[in-house]
Ligand binder design. Structure first.
Ligand SMILES: *Cc1c(COP(=O)(O)O)cnc(C)c1O
Length: 416
């Protein structure tokens, strides 16, 4: 189990092919990413293969977009069937997938209404527009004065309005002027929220667990405390569950760990099992019904191909017990990592199948650990330089968890 499983030829010519493809990306693509040097060509379940036939355990799962595992046959089938029948109508006409998708997502989440979009950032923009409009039309905030509370360390996408409340300098550098109307507070501090709320505050917008920040959880009770503060001040609470939701933390939604039901939430990533970009903002009627025809929209949002794919992805998540498996396998991961005692590790944070191994800054970055793991057949990606994020598909089995723990142990023994 220690060596990288190989089921194809490892030849100089295919390695040249990989290098050539990387060079093509570099030459003709924009340079806005810095991927590991691995060129993937196929996948199945928790596994991906590179051009040289090397197999890897995918411990990133496309940032949780493939919670259901790669190429899940039931989701692929739904996608193919729908693509052959009807892919796109625009919202100028009805289609026979949108209604059932909205109903199924509403029933699963317990929210009355669903507004489908495509990417996570669009779902977040939708939520921000909804709470602003609610502020003006329902709460009575003077025009142009609405304020939304956000938190340090957040990640919610890359649009100009979203980076306007980011505190990551690189995400903002060179992209101003920024959208006003956001106030930023320390993450996980309900008292700061209570102090910051003013008459024009319309919403608190928050990740219940911060994924990109490195699996950062607020102190226990924080979500519940913020829920109560919002109730007391007629302020909406919106959770961004795009990465934390749909099983990642061992609950369907991360807020369920504290039973702190929000007024709306954003979903994306695993909503389509990684086969098609589908996102959504879901909310109670009182909030969602601020939207009227023409207020907001998207050419592709709610298209039948995406809707059919998402319906299958949600069925797989529930019917195959992936949320429960995430809780069980997360516990197994936690137990496996509990014995880790390496000077390089500052902290290990874990909830469900979401693990952040934070290294001391003196170690010189998490990337070389990710590269060493790659050599051993395990794909991870560092987040924020010093944290190794481990987030495999929720279909992972005990044997693979044990193998991943073994690889991590070996790499820490090797690199210190
Ligand atoms: C990934 C992510 C987004 C943005 O999703 P995109 O599909 O990349 O636009 C928003 N919020 C959170 C919490 C995310 O993890």
């Amino acid at each position: 189990m220690i060596t990288t499983p190989v089921d194809g030829g490892v030849g100089a010519s295919s390695s040249t092919e990989a290098r050539d493809l990387i060079a093509l990306e570099d030459r003709f693509g924009a340079h806005n990413y810095h991927p590991l040097d691995v060129v993937l060509t196929r996948a199945e379940g928790c596994w991906v293969w590179d051009l040289d036939g090397r197999r890897y355990l995918d411990c990133l799962a496309a940032y949780s977009a493939v919670n259901q595992g790669h190429n899940h046959p039931r989701i692929v089938q739904a996608l193919v069937d729908q693509a052959q029948r009807l892919a796109l109508t625009s919202r100028a006409f009805h289609n026979d997938q949108l209604g059932p998708f909205c109903q199924e997502l509403a029933e699963l989440t317990g929210f009355a209404r669903v507004l489908p979009m495509n990417t996570g950032a669009e779902a977040v923009e939708t939520a921000l527009k909804a709470v602003r409009k609610w502020g003006y039309k329902v709460k009575g905030v003077p025009d142009g004065q609405a304020e939304i509370i956000t938190f340090g360390g957040n990640f919610a996408g890359r649009t100009i309005s979203i980076i306007s409340f980011s505190d990551e300098p690189q995400y903002r550098d060179g992209f101003g002027p920024f959208t006003p109307g956001f106030k930023q507070l320390p993450y996980g501090d309900p008292q700061a929220v209570a102090d910051a709320i003013g008459p024009n505050t319309v919403a608190v917008f928050m990740e219940p667990v911060q994924g990109e920040a490195g699996i950062v959880m607020p102190p226990p009770g924080t979500l519940q405390a913020i829920r109560e503060i919002c109730d007391d001040h007629d302020v909406l609470l919106i959770f961004d569950e795009i990465q934390s939701g749909l099983g990642r933390t061992g609950k369907l939604f991360a807020w369920q760990h504290e039973d702190a039901r929000p007024d709306g939430m954003t979903l994306g990533k695993a909503l389509s099992g990684g086969l098609y970009p589908v996102s959504a903002f879901v909310a109670d009627e009182a909030l969602m019904d601020v939207f009227h025809p023409g207020d907001h929209g998207s050419t592709f949002g709610g298209n039948p191909l995406g809707a059919a794919t998402a319906r299958a992805a949600l069925r797989v998540l529930i019917e195959e017990g992936l949320v429960e498996n995430a809780a069980r396998m997360g516990e197994r991961f936690r137990a496996g990592l509990a014995g880790f005692d390496f000077d390089s590790i500052a902290e290990i944070r874990q909830t469900g199948l979401w693990i952040g191994i934070q290294l001391h800054a003196t170690v010189g970055g998490a990337r070389r650990y990710c590269e060493a793991l790659q050599q051993r057949g395990m794909l991870c990606k560092e987040t924020h330089e010093h944290t190794i994020r481990v987030a495999p598909p929720l279909t992972i089995q005990a044997q693979q968890v044990d193998w991943a723990v073994e690889q991590l142990r070996d790499v820490f023994e090797q690199l210190g």
